[in-house]
Each structure stands twice: as C-alpha cells, then as structure tokens.
Design a binder for this molecule. Structure first.
Ligand code: NDP
Length: 262
C-alpha cells in the first residue's frame, strides 16, 4: 500500500481490473490529504457496482467520474467536472490505465476497425486527456511548496501511462509467438513514444512522465492463468511510483521497477 502518494489523483478505467485495485489501494492510504477521481464509462451501470461500493467505503476520498476515453466530448466533460471540483487546486497524478485489446486477432482476422479502435482507446484517449488536463497538472507542479526547484515526483505532478511488456520492440522476438495481437502491441508501442515525447516536453514544467508495465495480471484482459493478482501488481506499482524522480521521466519500467528496453 502506498504511504507517500498524496494529492489529487485521476485513474481511468477504474471500475474493474487493475484500475479498480489502484483506486482501492489509493483509497486505503491513511490521512485526509488528497482525493481520487475514479473514472469509468458507465458510473451508474452494473459494471461499476464494485467501484460505487468502494467509494461508499471511503467517504470523502473517491469521486466517480463518467469518462469514455474514446470519446472527445466525454473527455472534455470529465475534465470540466474534475476542474470544477478541484477548484483552485491542481492534479498531482494522472494514471492512464483504461485500454482495450483484441486478443484473438491474428493477421488474417485483423481488420482496419480493430487497428483503429484499439489505437483510439489506447493512444488517442490518453493523448487528449493529457492535453486537456495539462493546466491542472501544471498548477500542481507549481503549487507544491514542499519541493524546491526542478525536483519531479508522482506526488508533485506526474503522468503514468500503463503500458505492457509486449510493447517492447526489442523483446518482440521473445513475446510475439505467445500471442500476436497486432492492434494492441502497436498501440502500446505508440503509447511508449507518447510517454517519451511528453516526458521531454513537460520536463520544463516539472511534470514527470513514465510508462509502467503492471506484470501479467489476473483480470479480464490478463486471463485466469496470469501470475499476479491485481492487488500484488498494484502494490508493486504504487511502491515504484512513490520512488520515481527526474531520472525516471521518459522511462518504461515494470511493476518491480526494472527497466524494459524500448
Ligand atoms: P481490464 O480489461 O480488466 O479492464 C480494462 C478497463 O479499461 C476497464 O475498466 C474498462 O472499462 C476500461 N476501458 C476500456 N475501454 C475504455 C474506454 N473507451 N473508456 C474508458 N474506459 C475504458 O484490463 P486490465 O485491468 O488488465 O488492464 C489495465 C491496464 O493494464 C491496461 O492499460 C492494460 O493494457 C494494461 N496491462 C494489463 C496486463 C494484464 O496482464 N492484465 C498486462 C499488461 C498491461 P469497461 O468496464 O467500461 O469496459
């Protein structure tokens, strides 16, 4: 469980899987400081029951916000909602977790639609969300009086993009034959480049940007055979996030803090 991540934190795809586990562990963090904006496509629907229950169990810590990352109007309205609630404050940490896969699509079955939908959700969504949340991230970076100068951290102002080991071009010869997943692999490789570009761009604002592989996790996406529970993956990732600093901005790391080659 994270002791040190503080401030306002926004998590996408927060209603199940790794996103829900992130909100749960962040919500358990002691202290009154900070707030979690747990975003999901259908806050009132049956798929968000666990998130609604969690929000009730952590009074005053979690706000559930409607957000479909593949829909620009939805992104814009979620950003307005969060901005209104945050008021004069800033956003300290954005975790771009929501994603889709088309796991059963070998080359022969993979159509333009599959490529476009996965790219739209996994790359364009995070890109637009970052763009629209930038003023709030900048505000957080400027407001933190506990840090001096150009010291970056996930408690000051940061963007964490949840990537994957199979985004790694260098590791492709080892991972490709497990499952091809053209749309997903290429989208996560693009997300890595987005992370790297944002890291370079936002260094001047003292906003840290990292891409993180959560491990192979037992969720709807990871499947039942996966080696990690969402809880173990998230507690590993949160402990890594608390230790990130300037030298990690622009890197692809795994849930245990190991560097993954691009
Ligand atoms: P799940 O499939 O269990 O959950 C995906 C989440 O993303 C759901 O909350 C889903 O919401 C949400 N989502 C999908 N599309 C959208 C959208 N358009 N707008 C908003 N939310 C959306 O996946 P995981 O929890 O396993 O994955 C979380 C992250 O970890 C992803 O980025 C994934 O790529 C990455 N990852 C996972 C691995 C694993 O082994 N599980 C391995 C490597 C990386 P809804 O309920 O509405 O569909």
């Amino acid at each position: 469980m994270s002791e040190k991540l503080k401030g306002n934190i926004l998590v996408t795809g927060a209603n199940r899987g790794i996103g829900l586990a992130l909100v749960k562990q962040l919500g358990e963090t002691p202290g009154e400081e900070g707030h979690i904006y747990a975003c999901c496509r259908d806050p009132q629907g049956p798929g968000a029951q666990a998130l609604r229950d969690l929000s009730t169990q952590c009074p005053g810590k979690i706000t559930v916000v409607k957000l479909d990352v593949s829909d620009v109007d939805s992104i814009s309205s979620a950003v307005q909602t969060v901005s209104r609630i945050i008021g004069a404050g800033g956003l300290n940490l954005l975790i771009n977790n929501a994603a889709i896969n088309r796991p059963e699509t070998p080359l022969s079955a993979c159509e333009k639609k599959d490529m476009m939908e996965v790219y739209e959700t996994n790359v364009v969504g995070p890109f637009l969300l970052v763009k629209m949340l930038l003023p709030l991230l900048q505000k957080a970076a400027e407001m933190d009086s506990t840090v001096k100068g150009d010291k970056m951290s996930c408690s000051r102002s940061a963007i964490v993009n949840i990537s994957s080991l199979i985004s790694s071009i260098e590791k492709c010869p080892e991972t490709f034959y497990i499952k091809q997943m053209y749309p997903y692999r290429t989208s996560k490789a693009a997300l890595n480049m987005l992370s790297r570009c944002l890291a370079e761009d936002f260094r001047r604002h003292n906003i840290l940007v990292a891409a993180v592989h959560p491990g192979w996790v037992r969720t709807a996406m990871g499947g039942e055979m996966a080696s990690l529970t969402p809880q173990d993956s998230v507690s590993g990732m949160l402990s890594i996030l608390t230790s990130l600093s300037n030298k990690h901005s622009g890197m692809l790391l795994d849930w245990e803090g190991n560097t993954i080659p691009w």
